[in-house]
Design a protein around this ligand. Structure first.
Ligand code: AMP
Length: 193
């Protein structure tokens, strides 16, 4: 099973991805987590992207696509994956389609988690308090930037997948359990087809 969770920062993508991994034998691929690990390890990529991430901008497509290509080629991704935080631009979505096509694979489903901006601000504030500010980009100022980037650069990704008919919207204002149930329902239909 291969799926994408699309949604703005604070929509609950990470939480839902973790639940999917626990119930299906797939891996959770979060580009944000991969980049934070690269920064923590002090790799050349990490050093290159730190300032970009801290201000809430997007890391260049070529950097991200290379990371994802390498990650998808690892054996544990062969049984399927849930992508969280990728693709964030149409160019990334096109690169992903090419990577999958090279292996003769397809996506099963794209889930768009829809949440209004006010709710996202409240959630990011709570996340920053709960994690003691562990993420330098979890501030209200950077969140506004990340939301703007989402609306301008990532919203077109939803349009891209709408044309393929494989995208389903779920209401991210609902509880975590309700969102999880909605995703599971769409998944059963997608994998039966
Ligand atoms: P996230 O943890 O998904 O919210 O990502 C945190 C930050 O990492 C983003 O604000 C971007 O700076 C960077 N990032 C993560 N994924 C991507 C991506 N697919 N394309 C570009 N930048 C990304």
């Amino acid at each position: 099973m291969r799926l994408i969770l699309l949604g703005p920062p604070g929509a609950g993508k990470g939480t839902q991805a973790k639940r999917l991994v626990a119930t299906h034998s797939i891996v959770h691929l979060s580009t944000g987590d991969m980049l934070r690990a690269a920064i923590a390890a002090g790799t050349p990529v990490g050093n290159r992207v730190k300032a970009i991430m801290d201000r809430g901008d997007l890391v260049p497509d070529d950097v991200i696509v290379e990371i994802i290509a390498e990650r998808l080629a690892r054996p544990d991704a062969a049984n399927g994956f849930v992508l969280d935080g990728f693709p964030r631009t149409v160019a990334q979505a096109e690169a992903l389609s090419n990577l999958l096509a090279e292996k003769g694979n397809n996506l099963d489903l794209v889930i768009e988690i829809v949440v209004d901006d006010k709710k996202l601000q409240d959630r990011i504030k709570t996340r920053a308090e709960e994690t003691g500010g562990a993420r330098p980009d979890d501030t209200l100022e950077t969140l506004s930037k990340r939301l703007e980037v989402y609306h301008t650069q990532t919203a077109p990704v939803a349009e891209y997948y709408r044309k393929t008919g494989m995208i389903k919207r779920v209401d991210g204002m609902e509880s975590m359990d309700q969102v999880a149930t909605a995703i599971e329902d769409y998944l059963s239909v997608a994998t039966e087809a």
